[in-house]
Design a binder for this molecule. Structure first.
Ligand code: PEP
Ligand code: MN
Length: 346
């Protein structure tokens, strides 16, 4: 960390800061400039708590040099993390994969139809929420454990790995028993007890960016999972809150290459929640692929007009199949051919 002193800082204030740094067991190296003194702090093996130094007399600002997120930093781990799912499917560092399915599991017929169709179109995994974090308590909350049972049936029927959300610590165990990937939704991105528990749940974790979270905060949230010893974290850009209600969220495509520069963790894009509008899913999916996304999370429903949640941002089965053709073509043109699950012909 660099401690930047005020221009008018007194000599006593500079020595006071040096003493305070020393009292923390760290080295302080003052660098006297023409206008002000900057004090470099050395010897810390973790980020320094800024509240202890920032309020000392004569201090103008603190410039952290070490990021709070270390385990997720590409500097620490230059090679891309590759998360392995059942069936030889991988996320990160290679072919982009498509995860598709309804927002929520609604009944057996719906989830089996969706699962079969997305598998036949070339999706590598099935998504579907059983425990739904809804903005309104009056909205459909998901089928809970019954939905998990139906997801397990869909996996048995199609062979697709399952991505499903855990909304709290109480039900995380039940979710992790069925899920191949546990999703932590945007609303829970900073639920630190849930993040820690997910880090111990023995499954890869798909961590969605909160609509109001910075990239720094997303990586710090990932750090909670990584510090529990779970290296299998997949990030997801799903749109941040914009000023224009024309779209539900603003899909932050720039976050994808930026996260790749900062972190070795894979990052997916979710153009369904990222736009809220079905007609924008295809163009934003193609754009996210071009931006380097390691995969896409797309809501697909056999009858979007009757969906119990997020129908307006769900593709029907035909539209998803067409999009898969476009994604294959664009992926090939980009030199990033899609991951094809075994048995699917491009
Ligand atoms: C979802 O994936 O259906 C969901 C609720 O997503 P988010 O947490 O991004 O809103
Ligand atoms: Mn949804």
């Amino acid at each position: 960390m660099l401690i930047v002193m005020r221009q008018d800082a007194l000599e006593a204030e500079i020595t006071g800061v040096i003493a305070a740094v020393g009292a923390m067991g760290l080295d302080a190296v003052p660098i006297a400039g023409a206008e002000r003194t900057v004090i470099a702090v050395r010897g810390n093996d973790r980020p320094i708590d800024p509240s202890r130094l920032g309020s000392l007399p004569g201090v103008r600002e603190l410039l952290p040099v070490t990021r709070g997120w270390r385990r997720s930093a590409r500097e620490q781990h230059p090679a891309a993390t590759v998360v392995h799912l059942p069936g030889g499917i991988t996320v990160g560092g290679g072919a982009p994969l498509i995860i598709a399915g309804p927002c929520a599991v609604e009944d057996e017929r719906q989830i089996i139809r969706a699962a079969t169709a997305v598998r036949d179109a070339g999706a590598a995994a099935l998504r579907g929420g059983s425990f739904k974090p809804r903005s309104s308590p009056y909205s459909f909350q998901g089928l809970g454990t019954e939905g998990l049972r139906l997801l397990a049936r869909a996996r048995a029927e199609t062979g697709l790995p399952i991505v499903t959300e855990a909304v709290d610590v109480e039900t995380l165990g039940a979710v992790a028993e069925v899920a191949d990937v546990v999703q932590i939704g945007a609303r829970n991105m900073q639920n630190y007890s849930l993040l820690r528990a997910a880090g111990r749940a023995g499954r890869p974790v798909l961590l969605k960016r909160h609509a109001g979270a910075t990239i720094d905060e997303l990586l710090l949230a990932a750090e909670y999972i990584l510090t529990e010893g779970n290296p299998d974290v997949i990030l997801c850009e799903r749109g941040i809150r914009g000023f224009d209600g024309a779209t539900r969220n603003l899909l932050d495509l720039g976050a994808i290459p930026l996260v790749h520069r900062l972190s070795h963790l894979p990052i997916l894009a979710d153009p369904s929640h990222g736009t809220g509008r079905r007609e924008l899913i295809a163009p934003m999916s193609l754009a996210a692929l071009a931006a380097g996304a390691d995969g896409l999370l797309i809501e697909v429903h056999p009858e979007p007009e009757h969906a119990l949640s997020d129908g307006a941002q769900s593709l029907d089965l035909g539209a998803f199949t067409s999009l898969m053709h476009e994604l294959r073509a664009v992926g090939a043109a980009l030199g990033r051919p899609l991951a094809e699950p075994a048995g699917v012909q491009a």
